[in-house]
Design a protein. Structure first.
Ligand code: MN
Ligand code: MN
Length: 466
């Protein structure tokens, strides 16, 4: 059971450089794409460049598709489904890579802007599971869209270019923290206190008393918003603006073996899944990559895994392939195999007590398979079949992919869930897999470059051989 460190497969030189190069492209990707919309936009474009055709356009043209054809479907700009049509009929099943592209963050409320003591503030509501105390005194950026009544959309991206201003949530000075330091960690920073400071200059006073406004700092911010973005206060009602850590992902460690970045969960699985699709020419079974939104809040909504989006796409693709019937769609889903990829908790020498060492994930030991997740006696878990796990062991060993098995912490220590159980509802073979992460759900998470690379190799092997 003693697994070799995957770095040992890549000695200094050309082999190790391949690992570093893949990681560097990933580092640039996550530095540029911090939200589900940004990931969807960038990967959609990359897929079209690689020869993928938009599903809606194919439907419109009543096109027919055949083995080797590449198809992409965009779910409201927040999720993607990619297909490479296989040689076998789709009814025989698909090989599916699933991952999510939303990450924990703070979202602006619908009525966010207010002034207090001549400071302009933006009110937020956090998204996903966060330790709120981790989000204070950090440089933060605003990413998102403001949709206007006239049908136009203004893209917001402030805080990540070197010349941009940044924003932040303040914390109490230690000198006045006597009461705060006595509180439980969950209460040290309250959800309602996660408001962003965005300005402090008052607008010039109006001579005309009738035009005089009460909150002149807020008024000044509104003038900037109007002049620079053409939006007014009411436009926040139809905006989705996400507050995320500002700045690029960085190489981590003297040996540059790791990357620290925002939102490895779950772009560290989404990116290699997408890249594996680009390797597929004419597979035996249809290859699929599903990148979904809303996992961090329970996979709900039209862009989450619970949505009918994927099922509808399968029906449409089968129709274009001349294979559609309701029964055929059901069989295609039932006969499929899935790697439901999400991050695993990496063993942390600072916190050994929450892990059980034989069944923990480690940096450098490759792609992680979690036969089950869940909590309190595996509750809520998709417990993958032993037969399926055996097949995956064979595929990974044949392709010399480093892999490890793990569960999320000690029994009864906590737990978590993924999108796996939702796909398993179609009676498919599904297993949780992914990449180990340190600092999971913190503003800056850490992954190992070699684990990212092994995940990529593992996904390619799965699509080709499963
Ligand atoms: Mn995740
Ligand atoms: Mn997560």
């Amino acid at each position: 059971m003693d697994k070799k460190n995957a770095w040992e497969k890549y000695p200094q030189g050309a082999k190790r450089n391949k690992v570093y190069k893949f990681a560097e492209e990933y580092r640039q990707f996550i530095s540029a794409c911090k939200t589900e919309r940004e990931c969807t936009g960038a990967l959609y474009e990359k897929a079209i460049e690689a020869g993928y055709k938009d599903l809606d356009k194919l439907i419109e043209k009543k096109a027919s598709v055949k083995a080797g054809d590449k198809i992409i479907a965009n779910n409201m700009g927040k999720g993607l489904a990619l297909f490479v049509v296989g040689k076998k009929s789709m009814e025989k099943g698909m090989n599916i890579l699933g991952a999510h592209i939303d990450s924990p963050r703070l979202d602006l409320k619908q009525v966010p802007l207010y002034e207090d003591t001549e400071m302009a503030m933006l009110d937020t509501h956090y998204y996903g599971g966060v330790k709120k105390y981790q989000w204070v005194t950090l440089p933060l950026a605003l990413h998102g869209v403001i949709c206007k009544k006239d049908g136009t959309t203004v893209t917001v991206n402030i805080g990540d270019k070197p010349e941009d201003p940044v924003f932040g949530v303040s914390d109490l000075l230690i000198h006045l923290s006597g009461d705060q330091m006595e509180k439980k960690a969950a209460k040290v920073i309250e959800g309602e206190s996660l408001d962003l400071l965005i300005g402090s200059i008052p607008a010039p006073e109006e001579e005309d008393e009738k035009k005089a406004v009460k909150d002149r700092v807020k008024a000044n911010i509104l003038t900037i918003l109007s002049e620079e973005y053409g939006v007014e206060e009411d436009d926040f009602l139809s905006a989705e603006i996400e507050v995320v850590p500002a700045g690029e992902a960085r190489d981590y460690g003297l040996d540059r073996s790791m990357i620290m970045g925002y939102g490895h969960d779950d772009r560290v699985c989404a990116y290699p899944s997408f890249m594996a699709m680009l390797e597929m020419k004419k597979p035996e079974y249809t290859s699929v990559c599903l990148l979904v939104d809303k996992e961090e809040i329970g996979s709900v909504g039209a862009s989450g895994m619970e949505s009918r989006f994927f099922e509808n796409c399968v029906a449409e693709v089968m129709n274009l392939a001349g294979e559609y019937s309701e029964l055929a769609v059901r069989r295609a889903l039932k006969n499929s195999k899935v790697l439901s990829s999400d991050v695993s908790a990496a063993f942390d020498p600072n916190y050994p007590s929450v892990m059980e060492k034989r069944n923990a994930a480690y940096f450098g030991k490759g792609l992680v398979f979690n036969k089950y997740t869940g909590s309190r006696g595996k509750a809520g878990s998709n417990d993958a079949n032993a037969e399926y796990m055996a097949k995956l062991r064979r595929i990974m060993d044949d392709a010399d992919v480093s892999f490890q098995t793990a569960e999320l912490g000690k029994v009864d220590q906590g737990g978590g869930g993924t999108i796996a159980y939702i796909l398993a509802n179609y009676d498919m073979n599904v297993i949780d897999s992914g990449v180990a992460v340190l600092n999971m759900h913190a503003p800056w998470e850490i992954i190992s470059k070699v684990d990212l690379y092994e995940a990529f190799l593992g996904y390619v092997a799965f699509l080709k051989e499963a």
